[in-house]
Design a protein around this ligand. Structure first.
Ligand code: FE2
Length: 161
């Protein structure tokens, strides 16, 4: 239960963060282009502004800890691209998280939102981005999958937390 309440608090913070997010400025755009190009960059820019903002924030935290790990920064930038597929607003996203935690039924779009990691991972793999980007999108938030470096996973998970 504690975990669920923690999640609810996190959710409220994320909800208000979502409402006030602005598009990444010139400095952030340069940062993104240092780590992504081609179809992988297209996936990033296909996100809405709040998701772009969140991804840059996570990636800058990862970069601060692992400045030479391009794959980890790339993974942070792309980890939530699947959320765009669901095409739902901040209120429905929050409801989806609450309904999922309570084990209650939800709409198709809410289920797409809940499953954003798995869906995003398919797009990331098809775009030819890095292995860690595929793994982190698919399995976050969750324990490190087999074959992935624990330290890199922890840095990514902490940055996204
Ligand atoms: Fe995230």
């Amino acid at each position: 239960m504690t975990v669920r309440l923690d999640k609810a608090g996190h959710l409220v913070g994320r909800f208000f963060g979502h409402l006030r997010a602005e598009p990444p400025g010139p400095g952030d755009q340069r940062f993104v282009h240092e780590y992504l190009d081609g179809p992988c960059a297209q996936l990033f820019w296909s996100q809405n502004f709040p998701d772009q903002r969140h991804a840059v924030d996570v990636a800058r935290r990862v970069h601060a800890v692992l400045p030479d790990d391009e794959g980890a920064v790339e993974a942070a930038l792309l980890h939530d691209v699947g959320k765009g597929r669901a095409d739902i607003g901040a209120v429905s996203r929050s409801m989806a998280t609450v309904l999922d935690a309570a084990g209650m039924p939800m709409t198709t779009r809410m289920r797409m939102y809940r499953d954003h990691g798995r869906r995003g991972a398919v797009d990331i793999e098809e775009a030819g981005c890095g292995d860690l980007a595929v793994s982190f999108a698919r399995s976050h938030p969750g324990p490190v999958p087999p074959g992935v470096d624990r330290e890199r996973w922890k840095v990514l998970a902490d940055a996204d937390g």
